[in-house]
Design a protein. Structure first.
Length: 480
């Protein structure tokens, strides 16, 4: 398109450059034998700007007793001789020795005629149209204009130059791109070379790595999980929240698909709670719960067309990180998260996530096909994480961390699978992780009781009755 535009601009410039001004005087008959003639234009002529490159100013004159008068002035398609002539040199009409004509290609040249003084007499056949319309003078010689040929040649030269310039620009662009790749590749090589494995997930492996002297988290996928990799990139780039992991970069190195994420040196919430003899202060518990509820509320609300309602679909303590201050949480792992489309389909309600944290309606396959139902699945999983945090508060009377529902699992397995165990516990027996509610002689008894009630409201079996993230965040912020 740029090339075509350039050519059109050039054509317009050529047209302006070749504009020719010619005087126009339409001859009129005095009688059946004579035409009216004038000595000069004065008020008798009009002036026309000519854009056609093969046109010239033409004049017809008559010798009246030694005085040459103008009989007709006009513009017409001309031959090579006219187009190369800059002056109006009078030529004798081959049928009438008292009639003359000239043609030329300079402005108003037919008003300044000259007689030919050479010994050789030249003749030109002319015809005067008595109706006096435009292009009334016709020259009996028809050849292609040298100007038109020169313009065509000029166009070809311009096109060649533009094409050459584009090729040169593209070549330079590729050169700089290759140089940039070369300058970046060693950093990526160093990144992978410095990687120390931290965690192996279902679809990726997370490493601790060094990129340009900074510690980062390197999340690597294989080619089979490209869709999950692309989905996580799209989701993370559409959201921004202090309690949601930040994506720093993404790309492909050899056969590896990778994400570069912010690194959290305190690790996951699960490993943090599992540390021996670690108990959370009441302030820590409340801060953890508020930051997590704020992140889920942000995802579920949706802000605009870019950030629509998002469901995480795999909330669990091992997908939550502890920040440097050990006061806030950060939600991560958005590989199976979903930005809800305007119209939901059957495949949007498939059983997905981690079995231990999966809502009863999803385990049973009876989830309602609504947007609220998908958000409610997140709230159930969030309630289990809240339980994990609450039971590790210093005011809670337990000493050892255990994952949700571990207390109900059989110590001596009878061969049943983990999936069937969770199904029986959650769906068949409708059990939930136990909560100790009577905390005697404890100054935080009221807060702990309220937090227990909030957890109950989030993991209730009836998904329609579960508390939403916005309400939960509001209630938790009252304890700020």
């Amino acid at each position: 398109m740029k090339l075509i535009y350039s050519i059109l601009v050039f054509v317009n410039l050529i047209n302006i450059f070749y504009t020719l001004v010619c005087p126009i005087y339409p001859s009129r008959k005095i009688n059946s034998h004579q035409f009216q003639s004038i000595k000069s234009c004065d008020t008798n002529c009009t002036f026309s700007s000519v854009l056609e490159k093969h046109d010239a100013c033409l004049g017809v004159y008559y010798n009246y007793s030694g005085i040459i008068l103008i009989k007709q002035l006009d513009v017409s398609y001309s031959d090579v001789q006219c187009l190369t002539s800059k002056k109006c040199l009078l030529e004798i009409d081959s049928k009438n020795s008292q009639s003359f004509s000239c043609c030329c290609t300079t402005d108003n040249c037919t008003l300044d005629w000259q007689t030919i003084t050479t010994t050789t007499t030249t003749y030109r056949t002319i015809f005067i149209n008595p109706t006096a319309t435009i292009e009334t003078i016709i020259i009996i010689e028809d050849q292609y204009s040298w100007k038109l040929l020169s313009i065509i040649i000029t166009f070809i030269i311009i096109i060649v130059l533009i094409t050459f310039g584009l090729c040169l620009w593209k070549s330079w662009g590729n050169k700089y791109e290759n140089e940039n790749k070369k300058s970046f590749s060693p950093s990526i090589e160093d990144l992978f070379f410095s990687a120390q494995q931290l965690n192996i997930g279902k679809s990726s492996i997370v490493y601790k790595a060094i990129l340009e002297h900074d510690i980062v988290a390197l999340k690597v996928y294989n080619q089979a999980n490209m869709l999950i990799w692309k989905n996580e990139i799209a989701i993370l780039k559409s959201i921004k929240h202090e309690s949601i992991i930040k994506i720093l970069s993404e790309g492909q190195y050899d056969s590896h698909l990778y994400l570069i994420l912010s690194f959290y040196e305190n690790g996951t919430l699960q490993s943090y709670l599992h540390a021996p003899s670690r108990k959370l202060s009441m302030n820590q518990c409340l801060r953890f719960l508020r930051s997590l509820a704020s992140a889920i509320s942000y995802l579920h609300m949706g802000k605009n067309s870019i950030h629509t309602t998002i469901v995480h679909r795999d909330i669990k303590s091992s997908n939550i990180l502890i920040d440097k201050s050990e006061l806030n949480l950060c939600l991560t792992d958005f590989g199976v998260a979903m930005a809800l489309p305007p119209v939901l389909t059957e495949r949007d309600f498939v059983q997905i996530g981690t079995m231990r944290y999966m809502a009863p309606e999803l385990l049973e396959g009876v989830i309602a096909h609504t947007r609220e139902a998908l958000c409610s699945v997140d709230m159930y999983a969030l309630a289990l994480v809240m339980w994990e945090i609450l039971t590790q508060c210093e005011v809670y009377p337990t000493t050892e961390y255990r994952p949700p529902y571990e207390e109900y699992r059989k110590k001596n397995s009878d061969g049943s699978s983990f999936t069937s165990e969770i199904y029986d516990i959650v769906v068949v027996h409708r059990l939930r992780p136990s909560l100790i509610r009577s905390l005697k002689d404890n100054p935080h008894v009221l807060i702990m009781d309220e937090l227990s009630s909030l957890i109950d409201a989030c993991w209730i079996t009836d998904s329609d009755m579960r508390m939403n993230a916005q309400t939960l965040a509001f209630k938790l912020n009252q304890h700020a």
